[in-house]
Each structure stands twice: as structure tokens, then as C-alpha cells.
Design a protein around this ligand. Structure first.
Ligand SMILES: [Zn+2]
Length: 230
């Protein structure tokens, strides 16, 4: 014969049953939630495959560079971080006949002379030597309001007219081609100091627009060349 439950026992039994039911419902709920996450996760992953980086310009070989970084100082190497590179700015030294190393020393000596604030990431000498003065993750004092997002190249020149030697020109093409590849830049991102401030710099490329266009063609035909090799 079934034992008749007291009211207290009956209440307790009811409570236990309710707890068990609630636990089962919760467990099913959690299991369904996990299942849903897995299903939607898989669908989302299949809809958004990992993007492959596509270079705007193919990478070219890094040219030979003499690294002679300036001593950190507020007049030529302030060590301000360069967070993004959106362009390459070409300059001329405006100091005919001076060599790449003389210009590097000039930048370096500003830490003592304090005469002005100026520098450049690279200097290309009359013989085509490429000297790096500033690391590529720091700004240089060369291109005014574009210091914060560009790499600068100063070029030496033998005469007042600012025309570069064949060696300087070749190194400028090689260096610019390498930089545009490294930073995925287009030909519009290769600019003159003149394009930033209107300053006649680099003189020869400002006064001879067609030579400037030819220079950019040479840079980007170099990147095409290297693309067809690899
Ligand atoms: Zn300039």
C-alpha cells in the first residue's frame, strides 16, 4: 500500500521535482546555445575568409644602404614615432657640390650647433651612396606638414641647377622603388617637397616637370620589371 505523504513531505518532493526539471531545462538551453554558436561561427568563418595582403606595387630588392643614424637630439632626430607611411618625398640639398657624408655630418652636428631643425631619412651622395640617417619608424625634419606620414630622401647635386648625377639618379630610382614596394604606395604617393609647400625643391624636377614624370616612370617600370622576374 502506498504510504500517504504528510503535507511537509509532499511539499519537499514537489520542490525537488521542480529543481530537477529546472536543471534539465537549463542544461538543454546551454547545450543548444553552444550548438548555435558553433553553427553560426562556422557560417561566419566561411563567409569571411582571411584576407591575403595584396601589394599595390610589387616589392623590389632592397638597395645597398649605409646606415649612419643620427644621435638622438631635438634638432635633427627627435625620435617622434612615424606611425604610418603614405608617401615618399624627394628633395635636393640646395648645396651644390657637397657629398652625402658632408650632409650627414651637417645633420649630426645640429645636436651641438642648434642652428636649425632639419634632417632626412636618406641622403643620396654624388656617387650614388645611400646613407640612412633616421630609422623608418621615426619622423625626419624635411617635409613640413608631411613629416608625420612620409619618408624623405635628400639628393646631392654637383651644380646650382640641381640636376642629379647619373649615379644619384639611379640610386634614387632604386631606393624609391624599394620604398614604394615596402609601403604599398602608388605613383601618386611619390611627391616632391614642392608638392607639399610650393618650395622649389628638388629644383631640377620642379623646373623640368617632364623629367619628374620620367623619374616616376622609371621607378614604376622598375617595380614592373621585378614583378616579371619573380
Ligand atoms: Zn626639400
Amino acid at each position: 500500500m502506498k504510504k500517504r505523504l504528510t503535507r511537509k513531505e509532499w511539499t519537499r518532493k514537489k520542490t525537488i521535482n521542480r529543481v530537477i526539471r529546472l536543471s534539465i531545462v537549463t542544461l538543454i538551453g546551454v547545450a543548444m546555445l553552444i550548438l548555435l554558436c558553433l553553427v553560426f561561427g562556422t557560417i561566419y568563418a566561411s563567409m569571411n575568409p582571411t584576407k591575403e595582403t595584396v601589394s599595390a606595387t610589387p616589392k623590389t630588392k632592397k638597395p645597398e644602404i649605409e646606415v649612419a643614424l643620427l644621435t638622438p637630439n631635438e634638432y635633427s632626430r627627435p625620435q617622434t614615432p612615424l606611425y604610418e607611411v603614405n608617401g615618399v618625398v624627394v628633395h635636393y640639398t640646395a648645396n651644390p657640390g657637397t657629398t652625402g657624408w658632408e650632409n650627414q655630418h651637417y645633420f649630426e652636428n645640429l645636436k651641438d650647433s642648434h642652428t636649425t631643425k632639419v634632417s632626412s631619412h636618406f641622403i643620396i651622395g654624388l656617387d650614388g651612396t645611400i646613407i640612412q640617417c633616421i630609422p623608418l619608424d621615426e619622423i625626419a625634419y624635411a617635409s613640413n606638414e608631411r613629416n608625420e606620414d612620409t619618408i624623405s630622401i635628400e639628393c646631392c647635386h654637383p651644380k646650382e641647377d640641381g640636376k642629379f648625377t647619373k649615379e644619384t639618379y639611379q640610386s634614387l630610382v632604386t631606393l624609391t622603388a624599394w620604398l614604394t614596394g615596402e609601403y604599398n604606395l602608388t605613383s601618386d604617393d611619390v611627391i616632391r617637397h614642392y608638392d607639399v609647400t610650393g618650395k622649389i625643391c628638388p629644383k631640377y624636377f620642379v623646373e623640368n616637370e617632364e623629367k619628374w614624370e620620367k623619374f616616376k616612370e622609371d621607378v614604376f617600370s622598375k617595380t614592373q620589371e621585378s614583378n616579371s622576374i619573380h
